[in-house]
Design a protein around this ligand. Structure first.
Ligand code: CO8
Length: 257
């Protein structure tokens, strides 16, 4: 089941996870989310991989949690099903994780993209939290992460009306870091991930952890946490190698230690 729902590809030091349920607009069923989580965790453990890309390819990222699976669920069913754990698995990935979004990224799909470390969008990307139109509201971190990304007023606008942001507005608002042509969405995201994968691995891992903490807590807590991780890097061989190589005017040789 897992192999059919996601494709996993290793392009050099980049692991690419492609959701493969396009006929249902990659609606995030229990099975699809489980397969994405399995793939992400496998790549996270793979020493040959330095960064990950999560995509649905050029057509669609994901049109949200699978409404067909949830339509008849009670609150008690939802508690026991604990579908939210799948989104939490992505949150715990330690390596840099890039969302390559083309087409719809709605509801749980938008929340999935926002859980990634940064979003590269194609010019056909559409972001939104349209749950209100089906009597719901965001449930996988959307109200908090969207508000952090675009500010309260725009987040309210999107969450209360269900309207979508196109790629350019999403970039202007800070939700998206880069916009690329639709047909290049995966290649551009992989190129960016490949660049990140060349960086010293511990720096990337701890810098990701620090930015994530800063995004989810107060400035004071973010700064405090950053300081500890900064000092921790002085215990790494790569930090000394990087600084010495700079002083000695040579290329650094990083070992991920
Ligand atoms: N769930 C299930 N099936 C879906 C979903 C979805 N979210 N979105 C699309 N599909 C299916 C359609 O039912 C259709 O299937 P079929 O051919 O079998 O009828 C197929 O995909 C194609 O969709 P459309 O025919 O509707 O395509 P259109 O191009 O006409 O419309 C839209 C595209 C506008 C994206 C439309 O499909 C749509 O509005 N989809 C629903 C979007 C939505 O409401 N998303 C939010 C869902 S709720 C959610 O995500 C909560 C997240 C909280 C997670 C917490 C975990 C528990």
């Amino acid at each position: 089941m897992s192999e059919e729902l996601v494709q996993v590809e290793r392009r050099g030091a980049v692991g690419v996870i492609t959701m493969n349920r396009a006929r249902q607009l990659n609606a995030l069923s229990e099975e699809l989310m489980s397969a994405v989580g399995d793939a992400a965790e496998t790549l996270d453990r793979d020493e040959a991989i330095g960064a990950l890309v999560l995509t649905g390819g050029p057509e669609v990222f994901a049109a949200g949690a699978d409404l067909k699976q949830m339509a008849e669920q009670s609150a008690v069913d939802m508690v026991y099903a604990n579908r939210i754990r799948h989104w939490d698995r992505l949150r715990r990935i330690a390596k840099p994780l890039i969302a390559a979004v083309s087409g719809y990224a709605l509801g749980g799909g938008c929340e999935m993209a926002m859980l990634c470390d940064l979003i590269v969008a194609s010019d056909s990307a559409r972001f939104g939290q349209p749950e209100i139109n089906v009597g719901l509201m965001p449930g996988a971190g959307g109200t908090a992460r969207l508000t952090y990304a675009v500010g309260k007023s725009v987040a309210m606008d999107l969450v209360l009306t269900g309207r979508m942001l196109d790629a350019w507005e999403a970039q202007r608002r800070g939700l998206v870091s880069r916009v690329v042509p639709r047909e290049l969405i995966v290649d551009e995201a992989v190129a960016l991930a490949a660049e990140i994968a060349t960086k010293p691995r511990l720096s990337a891992r701890l810098a990701k952890e620090a930015v994530t903490r800063a995004a989810e807590t107060t400035v004071a807590e973010g700064v405090e946490h950053e300081r500890k991780l900064f000092y921790l890097l002085f215990a790494s061989e790569d930090a000394h190698e990087g600084m010495r190589a700079f002083v000695e005017k040579r290329r650094p040789q990083y070992r991920g230690r």
